[in-house]
Ligand binder design. Sequence first.
Ligand code: 1GP
Length: 246
Amino acid sequence: MNDFSTTYDLINSRKGQIAVLIDPEKSQDEKTLKDLLYKCELAKVDFIFIGGSTVTRREFEHTASTIKRLTEIPLVIFPGSADQISEKADAILYLSLLSGRNPDFLIGHHIRSANELSEIGIEVIPTSYLLIDGGTASSVAYVSQTNPIPREHVSIVRQTALAGKFLGKKITYLDAGSGAKYPVPVQMINEVHAIGSPVIVGGGIKTQGQIDAYAEAGANVIVIGNAIEQDMNLVLDLRSHAKRNK
Ligand code: 1GP
């Protein structure tokens, strides 16, 4: 295991860590999941994130239990709704969609899930969640009925992340949306890193070059979902990167 007492400490401990995002809606076949987790272990992936925009409670619980049974890689919930909670996870990113103005995604889902989270006692990490225009209509934008921040508006990203920090959020997650045509601009990572917030970045990331550029700009965790769903072997290419950063 590791020397860090919380998942937050682990996230904050260094730059360039890798998270593989598993969407339970697409991961009900145990053999495929087992194969993927085996490859994640070989590649020394740092975190498994679990979540999706349209997952049922049953699919979520089933996938979280299976992942926990098959690997010791820390499991972090990246929730699409108040239903995506499991005591099997190590922590939950308690996302406030600060790029939007939909009260449901700013406080509604949080109130709905608060009692259950308090009962199961997993680590809750207050997280500013900013959707950035990735050149495609993302499911998060559709489901939350919010508009992403335009790619050229780096100063809006900085101000929003700063406001989130003042509100007590411990991490900023910049997301171009799953399958984004254009991943989050590197300059946005620089800006958020500069305000002293740990950064998670995801959406449309496919190459080692992108991962290196984000790590260099100060991203703590780089999230890859879609590209690994398309080709599971891609995870093995992350191995050299993981080693370089150990
Ligand atoms: C999307 O950040 C995640 O919410 C990951 O995006 O599926 O495009 O890797 P991809």
